[in-house]
Design a protein around this ligand. Structure first.
Ligand code: PLP
Length: 379
């Protein structure tokens, strides 16, 4: 199998699994129990919080563990809205559905939301953001990097604008965390969402960074876990695995990015050279190091995925959670692509283990599959 869908999820690393195992087996105590057996679990949670906080350069008390990126995004938006009581939110048209559908929900509750357009390569223009700000804007939420086309947003500039107007700034960093540097202070980030399973950690665990000076209500109500802000028995093993995965991802971030971007550019160059009538989506420079996204004219993304799968290659088309739906990707549509072009999209996302040979095999297979599909259509 050739795994080219690391933007959807990654393999759990051996090191993260090792870190998790004791809390799934012998050390199964509840982190909220008073006895020492439970306190070992508590220590694992708090050590993990400290370790991740030090990677981000924030205070441990500013991190809240969640069940993943979706929960962190929901929490950031719904809590900021509850706090404001009414008013206006600005986001972009290319956010993940975790943000977009939270915004849609808030619209139904009477809030107003602006969905900023992006340019042809997927950038939110700072001047567009500035123009959209209103008296009653209380939150700006712009993703750090896009999950489909890999475009990395000018977060520092956008955050500066938000803070100049005294507006809270949230970024969905699920795809960026552990892949590209994030500077919470320099980028003026008040709230940030991240998820472990995108960086070789376990599924079902993530975090919300919440700046200490920002007071927001809880999303889940119940026990006093996470300082009363996020009720529910802690996922101790998941949290421990997240911390280890994050440490590893941060420790080799620049080498990994350098290695993956060479492979990415090699794959892009081969596709552009060998497959007629296709074009790259997103930007060439401000792009996640592992993201390749093409529109291949005259073929359907779904057919491509099925044929690639038959050859043992896992790839993506649109967002993982929206594949299966008949709507073309909202991200590609926001770039100005026609329905027909957006249907012919393919995302290949490389990972830590991807080899040059795998990128070559993928390019070979893709060239042949596209040729066959186009011939079939002509006949
Ligand atoms: N935000 C972005 C940009 C994502 O890519 C994803 C997952 O694909 C999510 C949020 C949701 O994260 P999770 O799967 O941890 O709920």
């Amino acid at each position: 199998m050739i795994y080219m869908d690391n933007a959807a999820t990654t393999a759990l690393s051996r090191e993260a699994l090792q870190e998790m195992l004791p809390y799934l087996t012998e050390c199964y105590g509840n982190a909220s129990s008073i006895y020492r057996f439970g306190q070992r679990a508590r220590k694992a949670v708090e050590d993990s919080r400290r370790r991740i906080a030090s990677l981000l350069g924030v205070r441990p008390m500013e991190l809240y563990f969640t069940s993943g990126g979706t929960e962190a995004d929901n929490w950031a938006l719904l809590a900021a809205a509850e706090n404001a009581g009414g008013g206006h939110i600005i986001t972009s048209a290319i956010e993940h559905h975790a943000v977009l559908n939270s915004c849609k929900y808030l619209e139904r509750r009477g809030f107003s939301v602006s969905y900023l357009p992006v340019d042809k390569r997927g950038f939110v223009r700072p001047e567009t953001l500035e123009r959209e700000i209103r008296e009653d804007t209380f939150l700006i939420s712009i993703m750090a990097a896009n999950n489909e086309i890999g475009t990395v947003q000018p977060i520092a500039e956008l955050g500066t604008i938000a803070h100049r107007h005294g507006i809270l700034f949230h970024t969905d960093a699920v795809q960026a965390f552990g892949q590209i540097p994030i500077d919470i202070e320099g980028m003026h980030i008040d709230l940030l969402s991240a998820s472990a399973h995108k960086l070789y950690g376990p599924k079902g665990v993530g975090l919300l960074y919440l700046r200490r000076s920002v007071r927001l209500p809880a999303l889940l109500h119940g026990g006093a876990q996470e300082r009363g802000k996020r009720a529910g028995t802690e996922n101790v093993a998941g949290i421990a695995g997240f911390a280890r995965a994050a440490e590893l991802a941060f420790s080799d971030m620049s080498e990994r990015a350098a290695r993956e971007s060479v492979l990415r550019d090699h794959l892009i160059a081969r596709i552009e050279r060998e497959i007629p009538d296709c074009f790259l989506n997103g930007d060439r420079r401000e792009r996640l190091p592992n993201n390749v996204n093409f529109c291949i004219r005259g073929v359907e993304g779904e057919s491509l995925l099925i044929r690639l799968d038959q050859q043992g290659i896992c790839a993506g088309s649109g967002a993982a959670c929206s594949s299966g739906s008949l709507e073309p990707s909202h991200v590609l549509r926001a770039l100005g692509l026609s329905h027909a072009d957006a249907y012919g999209s393919l995302r290949l996302s490389l990972g830590r283990e991807t080899t040059r040979e795998e990128t070559d095999l993928t390019a070979d297979s893709l060239r042949e599959i596209v040729r066959e599909l186009r011939t079939q259509q002509e006949s």
